[in-house]
Design a protein around this ligand. Structure first.
Ligand code: ZN
Length: 86
């Protein structure tokens, strides 16, 4: 019986650890919120692939409220993520 409880506890702990990983994903979502000059507030942005280059991809970030570009990102092989705010 004790053995079963131990197993249950272990799986419960595992579940909790899985839940603790979730804020990580939220953090990434927060990173996709940028300040829009037109809306004059931080807005959720849409990532739009602009160019596919041989050494990386260029993305534009568009405001989900007014659609104006609020930033861009270029991914490169040597520098995984370069973030440029216009
Ligand atoms: Zn906007």
């Amino acid at each position: 019986m004790n053995k079963v409880m131990e197993e249950l506890n272990r799986s419960a702990r595992y579940q909790r650890r899985k839940a603790a990983e979730t804020p990580h994903q939220f953090k990434e979502l927060e990173a996709s919120t940028l300040f829009c000059l037109k809306c004059k507030e931080a807005v959720p942005v849409r990532e739009k692939l602009l160019l596919v280059l041989t050494d990386g991809d260029k993305y534009d970030y568009l405001c989900t409220q007014c659609g104006s570009p609020v930033g861009s990102k270029t991914t490169k092989e040597d520098t995984p993520m370069q973030f440029v705010i216009k």
